[in-house]
Design a protein around this ligand. Structure first.
Ligand SMILES: *[C@@H]1O[C@H](CO)[C@@H](O)[C@H](O)[C@H]1NC(C)=O
Ligand SMILES: *[C@@H]1O[C@H](CO)[C@@H](O)[C@H](O)[C@H]1NC(C)=O
Ligand SMILES: *[C@@H]1O[C@H](CO)[C@@H](O)[C@H](O)[C@H]1NC(C)=O
Ligand SMILES: *[C@@H]1O[C@H](CO)[C@@H](O)[C@H](O)[C@H]1NC(C)=O
Length: 524
């Protein structure tokens, strides 16, 4: 009975794994969620064995990469519980018994810390007292919270100048972890801010992970690790007890080796939460969406895809990758999409005007919101946690400069600390402009003009302009397309309007199945 149930779940996704024939030697490397569930159902693999394999691999190899900030001390207990539940026929679905790694800004009510990479929160007193809503949703779906992953400290909001750091950018460095390295070439940055979650999944240290994205923080590290990353619509997934930058733009999202794995996770994470009022905004917040239904090989047929040449393609900084990106457009065409080229965003230049406010529209907004939002997060911690607001964090860094500021300072923190509050008319005007120029006058205008379903853009790790889709709170998916001259993958992304994740999953899946561009990294 229980075997039947799990096999039914697997076969409804009509994957070819079952046709692969009997082989009781489980292939751990590159195993997908469905491969794992199939082996669980056949009785040839247990969660404990799976976890043991990942843990051994991490012990042997993570010292070269530095992707994991802490392992869940309870992980084997959780695995045994999942195995016992499976034996007893009590399964929860496709995530049951699957280990998932969380970026170190997503709170868990267990023995682990939640630090955003900062030593200021790395203490017993500042540990979260309960699960974030997404951690509790993962547990309800049967997933095993595997551990926490290193990240760019404070998701890159402490500084923009990392010229003193190893990769001449602040990405992948934190006081808590030190420097995280790219999984494909350790002389390269892991990108950020969800660098650790990307490195660990790419190296098969865990099945999948959860990152967070304010603008490119899931998409960029996923792209340069040959992964699929989804930045969902802001409000699709609860931000409860996720250390914030900005309530207008932040969202957690899945990072995985395939569109299928990412869609399975999105399905488990989406949904309304009284603790995050924005999750009541979806057109039908009471209905859960079966994202896995959109895994369609012919998903691009009839889709209208725009190419925003101005700025987002023009400024693409890598000539060799540009050729591959152009070929990817041809691929979309050959898969039945109608390409509208160019389909420029009319407000792109205004959005990217650095003379606005504190250094651009988005930057201004993030600084105002961070100061308030981080204070709200800290207010959830125990009374004994000495960090109450941004001023405390700034002081902590000054008091611990040797550990916290050896490579870069905290000038963005200081800019944010200088802002007033969210009643300030200047903030309100910034928010209004941010929304209007990115959404109604920007993306919505060009989508209506050409009747578009989605946009297609390269993910350029050398040039991250504020992306209008992130400012509008719209969703994006990145998918691998190729490998550069240094052996490091790069990716393309689709984005669409609010709550159009089904379209993004359809297009990315069709593209992925036609290209199969992911190549796992070689371990050092
Ligand atoms: C089973 O899989 C392993 C690993 O892929 C392979 O080495 C082995 O030859 C396979 N055995 C059979 C009987 O197919
Ligand atoms: C969702 O359900 C709640 C009750 O749980 C109800 O108050 C609300 O109106 C529903 N929202 C929609 C859009 O149907
Ligand atoms: C903070 O504001 C004061 C007064 O406007 C200004 O002199 C100072 O340079 C600002 N500091 C930062 C880091 O922006
Ligand atoms: C790794 O990247 C460096 C540049 O940072 C490059 O010189 C080197 O050849 C790359 N290594 C491999 C194995 O491609």
């Amino acid at each position: 009975m229980r075997t039947f149930k799990a096999l039914t779940l697997v076969s409804t996704l009509c994957l070819s794994v079952l046709a692969a024939g009997q082989n009781d030697t489980f292939q751990f490397e590159e195993a997908s969620i469905l491969d794992i569930q199939t082996a669980f159902s056949r009785g040839t693999l247990t969660s404990r064995q799976l976890v043991q394999w990942y843990v051994d691999r991490i012990h042997e190899h993570d010292h070269n990469y530095n992707s994991i900030s802490e392992m869940n001390p309870d992980i084997f207990k959780l695995a045994d519980k999942a195995d016992a539940e499976r034996k007893a026929g009590r399964e929860h679905g496709l995530l049951h018994g699957i280990p998932i790694l969380l970026k170190d800004n997503i709170a868990t009510g267990d023995q682990m810390h939640n630090t955003a990479g900062s030593l200021a929160l790395y203490s017993e007193e500042c540990k979260p007292t309960r699960d974030s809503t997404i951690a509790s949703k993962l547990r309800k779906a049967g997933a095993l919270i595997f551990g926490k992953a290193c990240m760019s400290e404070w998701a890159n909001l402490r500084t923009t100048d990392g010229s003193g750091a190893e990769y001449k950018d602040p990405d992948g460095w934190s006081g808590r972890c030190g420097q995280t390295h790219n999984a494909y070439n350790i002389t390269r940055s892991p990108s950020g801010s969800s660098g650790g979650p990307a490195v660990a999944v790419a190296l098969n240290f865990v099945t999948a992970s959860i990152g967070t994205d304010t603008d490119c923080s899931i998409i960029a590290p996923a792209a340069i690790h040959g992964l699929v990353g989804i930045r969902p619509t802001v409000g699709l997934i609860s931000r409860d007890l996720v250390i914030p930058i900005s309530h207008s733009q932040d969202t957690p999202g899945p990072m995985a080796k395939s569109v299928t794995d990412a869609a399975i996770m999105l399905e488990a994470l989406a949904g309304k939460d009284p603790r995050d009022p924005l999750t009541n905004m979806p057109p039908n917040p009471n209905k859960s969406i079966k994202y896995t239904r959109y895994l369609k090989k012919d998903g691009l047929r009839g889709a209208r895809i725009g190419i925003p040449r101005h700025l987002y393609w023009e400024k693409f900084t890598h000539p060799e990758e540009k050729a591959v990106a152009e070929q990817a457009i041809e691929k979309l065409r050959s898969l039945g999409a109608t390409i509208v080229d160019p389909a420029d965003i009319p407000t792109a230049d205004q959005i990217n005007d650095p003379s606005y406010g504190l250094g651009g529209l988005e930057f201004t907004l993030l600084n105002y919101e961070f100061k308030q939002d981080v204070k709200a997060y800290l207010s959830n911690l125990k009374e004994q946690c000495p960090m109450k607001d941004l001023a405390d964090l700034i002081q902590f860094n000054k008091d611990h400069a040797a550990e916290e500021m050896p490579y870069f300072k905290q000038e963005v923190f200081e800019i944010a600390q200088n802002t007033t509050d969210l009643n300030d008319p200047f903030y309100k005007e910034t928010l209004r402009l941010n929304r209007e120029l990115s959404g109604p006058k920007g993306i919505d205008t060009v989508f209506k003009q050409y009747n578009l379903d989605a946009m297609f853009v390269p993910v350029d790790w050398g040039f991250f302009p504020p992306q209008p889709l992130a400012m509008a709170g719209y969703p994006q998916i990145s998918i691998p397309v190729g490998i550069d001259q240094d052996g490091v993958p790069f990716g393309m992304s689709f984005y669409a309007r609010a709550y159009d994740e089904p379209k993004l999953i359809k297009y990315a899946y069709a593209f992925e199945q036609a290209t199969k561009a992911r190549r796992p990294p070689q371990l050092l």
